[in-house]
Design a protein around this ligand. Sequence first.
Ligand SMILES: CC(C)(COP(=O)(O)OP(=O)(O)OC[C@H]1O[C@@H](n2cnc3c(N)ncnc32)[C@H](O)[C@@H]1OP(=O)(O)O)[C@@H](O)C(=O)NCCC(=O)NCCS
Length: 151
Amino acid sequence: MLRETEEGDLPALYEHQRDPEAARMAAFTPRDLPAFLHHWRTRILGDPRVRARTIVVDERIAGFVSSWTQGEARLIAYWVAREHWGRGVATAALAEFVERVDPMRPLDAFVATSNHGSVRVLEKCGFGLVAGSAETGPDGVEEVRYRLGSP
Ligand SMILES: CC(C)(COP(=O)(O)OP(=O)(O)OC[C@H]1O[C@@H](n2cnc3c(N)ncnc32)[C@H](O)[C@@H]1OP(=O)(O)O)[C@@H](O)C(=O)NCCC(=O)NCCS
């Protein structure tokens, strides 16, 4: 269900991240179109160290999974469009990504404590809560780190 993300996917991915309910869940401030395109073109598609995969369901763009290196850590992020929620899409996409796309370990994800769906997706894919990782940002949102693989 994953294929390499292409320039032509960006309009759909832009719409997904603008969904207010999804953005609230992820505690993410949506980017406007110029900022979104700049970020994806330069930081993601333009960087060979970043792996980005588009989730395809019934031949439609349903979201993405990506991984990148930040400091010492290899991080992942994912997003599923609301019309596909609750059908195992994120779990299947993340499972495929960690098995076939990015072999690096550990792989880490930051998730808002209140994002129960995302926490469940991570747990189902074998990620475990990093003890003592809870931190509340300036926006008042508490986030925790989940990790696949040791240490
Ligand atoms: C969070 C998100 C990825 C879940 O995607 P999804 O495709 O609906 O997830 P799945 O169908 O694979 O569900 C996996 C598990 O999470 C549970 N779940 C999904 N959404 C949930 C929610 N809103 N509340 C509680 N549990 C939820 C499912 O019941 C399932 O658990 P189960 O197998 O024990 O029943 C999706 O809602 C999303 O992309 N949200 C916006 C962006 C975001 O939050 N990204 C992650 C940032 S860390």
